[in-house]
Write a protein that binds this ligand. Structure first.
Ligand code: URA
Length: 213
């Protein structure tokens, strides 16, 4: 990895830790920039840190995170192989929904993360993440605000910084914790998303073999 990417990432994390762009900075214990592999092919984007995440400064480490980690490992995916972050980097009080002004203040950080990592595929966990990412890709809010309609779809998009990527929206793991139907959808969507990445790698390999033969 080029040193520039690492340096730029460190700078971004420093800015997130010092951020006072919205009122959430006043009630956070720790900001949660995100974590994982900066060369990941897959980026997972949730909504906002919850209590445990705020305590530890790490994304998806509470009950929803444990479910996510389990579902990923069932697919043979380790957390260290992907990059995990959220739309908001600070916890909203009592885990309420993010306010539009908070999203507007925080979104530039997410855009910079996407531009640095340039993932081949983005999995949006929950409606807030799906709506914001697909709006960045040029969709109208009315087209992408119902997660039940858009989950499991495969969007080929261009994001800021000319990041050409695939977006798969799905349910948030917290919604799937106590709802077996949503959990099945989440499992199916994750499986579909990772199979797209694996297929791409296989296609690349076989075209190299075709070329050599
Ligand atoms: N919910 C989220 O959206 N993100 C986290 O990091 C934890 C719970």
């Amino acid at each position: 990895m080029s040193l520039d990417i690492e340096r730029e990432y460190e700078e971004l994390v420093r800015e997130i830790r010092n951020c006072k762009r919205c009122p959430l900075h006043a009630c956070r214990r720790n900001p949660v920039p995100g974590e994982g592999n900066l060369r990941a092919e897959v980026m997972l984007i949730g909504e906002a840190p919850g209590e445990k995440e705020d305590e530890q400064g790490r994304p998806f480490v509470g009950a929803a995170g444990n479910l996510l980690t389990k579902l990923l490992s069932e697919l043979g995916v380790r957390r260290e192989d992907v990059y995990i972050t959220n739309v908001l980097k600070c916890r909203p009080p009592n885990n309420r929904d993010p306010e539009p002004e908070e999203i507007a203040a925080c979104l530039p950080f997410l855009v910079r993360q996407i531009m640095l990592i340039r993932p081949r595929l983005i999995i949006c966990l929950g409606r807030h993440s799906a709506r914001e990412i697909l709006k960045l890709a040029g969709y109208r809010e009315s087209e992408v605000s119902q997660i039940s309609k858009i989950r499991g779809r495969v969007y080929e998009v261009v994001l800021p910084g000319d990041v050409r990527t695939i977006v798969v929206p799905t349910y948030h793991p917290a919604a799937a914790l106590y709802n077996p139907r949503l959990r099945t959808y989440l499992q199916e969507d994750l499986k579909k998303a990772f199979s797209i990445v694996k297929e791409g790698v296989q296609r690349k390999r076989s075209s190299i073999l075709d070329f050599l033969s």
